[in-house]
Ligand binder design. Structure first.
Ligand code: CA
Length: 422
């Protein structure tokens, strides 16, 4: 049987070469259509393959009811062997030269749903959300802004992936509108803080690793164990209120400035589908302590772009083009570090990579950096300029791996800003 990542594979379902969802991808999500309850599906071209229909038809070997769930957690908890077996089977069922689904009109009618008729939901129940700070370029830019060029990186930064425990309760799926947060603000020059809507609302371009296996309290993880626990990845927009954040974060760290919303893309692209796009990350100097060392190339070559559309514009302006491969600390290292204290990991944990900025100016992954803390407004189109996000602005992130004649893509994560509640 051909390998599911074989670039030569094609499906009997027509897929454009620019589509994010060829047969080599097969990302998992949760959808509902035609008045039926949300269930698990896989994206293929402009369609969703209904895995609950296939399971009921006896065509997938999983624990009973796996794909009728409105979240991927139960499937993920069955482990890497089940993930691999299911991926191979779905690839077979969708192949152009395999007749089982292709030639059964009755089954196709039930199991192949046009994506435009489907509503996409949160793909998994987020057990915990951890947000890292692992792009050296981002940390250097932000550090230079607030501490000066010579003290940009804190002394610990090159020795461990810095992160904090965020809020799982406010992780939302693409398309969910985001209410401008309120908080304590103390602009430069103000004598006392006041309470009100954030005036410095920002996005952060990130990827999120979706943890598909648990680890016990007190356990440490090897590189291979950490790798095997990562089910896949989503796009993440980690919305941030810079003015709330700046006033509150000393001495402890991010709290309300980061707690109000984090948006993710609806399709989880599996680690298995990303395997051909694995690449080396930046050289790590000094070498990390032994528990953080990795022998494999654990970064991925994923093209990323961000578009911003003000309410008055009819199409988005591209404001950032970056790549996941620039990350200094890999998701595997983040996970090894996370567990190293004895912290248990759960099925459904989401690890935000941290803002993904690259070395070039056009690769900055937040407005904080693009507008250099509000001092360099960004011209969008038709006289529209931005330092931070305004009400009505729509922010869209996309990501994809470019293969030879196909791409393994993530779709998009979009969010539109609503005014603060009065
Ligand atoms: Ca973040």
């Amino acid at each position: 049987m051909p390998h599911p990542n074989d670039p030569a594979l094609r499906s009997f379902i027509p897929v454009d070469s620019e589509s994010d969802f060829p047969i080599q991808n097969l990302p998992y999500g949760v959808f509902s259509a035609h008045g039926l309850a949300p269930r698990i599906g896989v994206a293929i071209g402009d369609y969703v393959l209904d895995l609950w229909e296939l399971e009921q038809d006896g065509r997938l070997q999983v624990e009973p009811g796996t794909f009728s769930a409105p979240a991927l957690n139960g499937f993920m908890s069955q482990g890497p062997q089940v993930w691999a077996r299911t991926r191979a089977r779905l690839s077979e069922l969708l192949r152009h030269d395999h007749g089982e689904l292709r030639d059964s009109e009755e089954l196709r009618k039930r199991a192949v749903v046009p994506m435009r008729e489907a509503k996409l939901h949160m793909p998994f129940h987020v057990a915990g959300f951890t947000d890292f700070y692992s792009s050296k370029e981002h940390a250097t830019n932000v550090g230079a802004m607030f501490r000066g060029k010579d003290n940009a990186l804190q002394p610990n930064w090159l020795h461990m992936p810095i992160g904090y425990n965020g809020r799982a309760s406010t992780v939302v799926v693409s398309g969910t509108r985001v209410r401008r947060p309120r908080g304590q603000l103390k602009p430069p020059g103000a004598e006392n803080p006041s309470f009100g809507p954030s005036k410095r609302l920002d996005f952060e371009l990130e990827m999120g690793a979706v943890i598909g296996q648990a680890s016990p309290i007190g356990g440490m993880l090897t590189e291979a164990q950490a790798q095997a626990m990562i089910f896949g990845f989503v796009l993440v927009n980690d919305w941030s209120a810079r003015d709330i954040q700046q006033w509150e974060y000393v001495p402890l760290g991010p709290f309300q400035g980061k707690a109000f919303a984090t948006s993710i893309s609806p399709w989880v692209v599996t680690s298995a589908a990303l395997e051909p796009f694995r690449c080396e990350g930046p050289a790590q100097t000094p070498p990390p302590l032994s528990y953080l060392q990795q022998a494999a190339p654990n970064n991925y070559d994923i093209e990323l772009e961000v578009g911003l559309r003000a309410a008055s514009m009819n199409k988005p302006a591209r404001i950032c083009r970056s790549n996941f491969k620039y990350m200094y600390w890999s998701s595997v290292q983040q996970l090894m570090h996370h567990a190293s204290s004895g912290c248990a990991m759960n099925v459904g944990d989401l690890l935000g990579s941290g803002t993904i900025s690259g070395p070039e100016k056009g690769q900055r992954g937040s407005l904080l950096e693009i507008s250099w803390n509000g001092t360099e407004p960004l011209a969008l189109a038709d006289g529209v300029a931005r330092t931070f996000l305004e009400d009505g602005d729509s922010l869209t992130m996309r990501g994809w791996c470019q293969g030879d004649g196909y791409r393994v893509g993530f779709g998009e994560v979009e969010g539109t800003i609503l005014p603060a509640e009065s």
